[in-house]
Design a protein around this ligand. Structure first.
Ligand SMILES: C[S@@+](CC[C@H](N)C(=O)[O-])C[C@H]1O[C@@H](n2cnc3c(N)ncnc32)[C@H](O)[C@@H]1O
Length: 345
């Protein structure tokens, strides 16, 4: 903790510099300017010729990016996107693709008037109100993990892999968002039928548009209302903490899975207990919670008001209240910001 005035002022100043980076990155991302720079160095005029936009603003943005050390400048005075920055800012398949993080924070910041009202009076700001920036950045941020890391991670859990590999396995993915987890599971287990369910119709529209495998299907619906004993395995990827009624949903999921079936929850890898001066994961998750997840959960009544920082003990309580016998943490390490739990029956 900073204990001097100068030290704390410096901390805030550096945070403001970081915020200008994040907002400027959001501009470049949405304008397609980073992508345009992947085809080579550019002057402001060349950039707008490639990607559109206003030349005077493009010059200011390019200079800001160079001053911030994101872009380089070549001997001809053209602006260059270095390979490392290009991967983080434009490569949608990279596990280090983080342009969506800027989009998510910018999308949340756009709701600050509504957030202030909620903080003053209670209530919330719903997922739909956050709109495409938050919905799509959520999907884009998780997509590379689902596509490139999920099959390998699940493959290491022998009994889960066996259940998914059984011919005709029926798999449920609740809170599937834009469907990348459902699609990744369907690709990895072609003999299974994987059904994504989400309460948010625009998410299901995205999922259907993204789906390129016949064994991934999608429907709009409340995960609190599911067919009974219909599935061999059910997943909930990074969504239980958003749900206003997590116990109701987990109860429905427990009933929806056949006897002997498995229920897997992936959620934030936060610490076991609150502690001041947490690590970067705690700081980021509290940030998401303040700006998105807690207000989203509280946009409904009644609401468990979980927030992003759903600690293992909280999930255990929800699981027990939903009729599960308990929960175990699966030995899947080094998987982004997440931890995998199996709810035991
Ligand atoms: C943070 S997003 C996660 C989306 C996706 N699983 C992913 O990892 O990218 C949470 C999702 O849960 C969905 N959701 C919230 N409550 C739900 C409910 N009761 N039934 C189904 N989906 C729900 C939201 O619409 C949203 O798409």
């Amino acid at each position: 903790m900073e204990t001097t005035v100068a030290g704390f002022a410096d901390r805030l100043f550096r945070a403001a510099l970081g915020m200008t980076d994040v907002l400027a990155i959001h501009l470049g991302d949405r304008l397609g300017w980073y992508t345009a720079l992947t085809s080579g160095p550019a002057t402001p005029a060349e950039l707008v010729a490639r990607a559109g936009g206003d030349e005077r603003y493009a010059r200011e943005w390019l200079e800001q990016q160079a001053v911030a050390g994101i872009l380089a400048v070549d001997a001809d005075g053209r602006f260059v996107l270095p390979p490392a920055a290009a991967e983080v800012l434009t490569d949608r398949s990279s596990l280090d693709y983080l342009a969506p993080l800027a989009r998510m924070l910018a999308g949340a910041a756009a709701q600050l008037p509504a957030l202030l009202t909620a903080y003053r009076k209670g209530g919330g700001v719903g997922w739909d109100d956050f709109g495409p920036d938050v919905r799509e950045s959520q999907a884009d941020m998780n997509r590379p993990w689902f596509e490139h890391a999920l099959p390998g991670a699940i493959g290491k859990i022998a009994d889960l892999d066996a259940a998914l590999s059984a011919p005709g396995a029926r798999v449920l993915d609740v809170g599937c968002g834009a469907g990348w987890s459902t699609i990744a599971l369907a690709r990895a287990y072609p003999g299974a039928t994987v059904e994504g369910v989400d309460i948010d119709p625009p998410s299901i529209d995205l999922a259907r548009a993204n789906a390129d495998v016949p064994n991934a299907t999608f429907r709009t619906g409340d995960a609190g209302s599911l067919p009974e004993a219909a599935y061999d395995v059910a997943f909930a990827f990074e969504c239980v903490h958003d749900m206003p009624q997590p116990v109701g949903v987990l109860s429905a999921v427990r009933r929806a899975v056949k006897p002997g079936g498995q229920v897997i929850v992936m959620d934030e890898a936060v610490a076991d207990a609150f502690r001041p001066e947490g690590d970067d994961v705690e700081r980021l998750m509290y940030g998401f919670s303040l700006l998105i997840c807690l207000p989203d959960g509280r946009a409904h009544t009644p609401s468990a008001a979980t927030g992003t920082v759903m600690r293992p003990g909280t999930l255990r309580t929800y699981a027990l209240d939903a009729g599960f016998a308990g929960l175990e943490t699966l030995p899947i390490g080094d998987f982004g910001f997440w931890r995998f739990y199996r709810l035991t029956r």
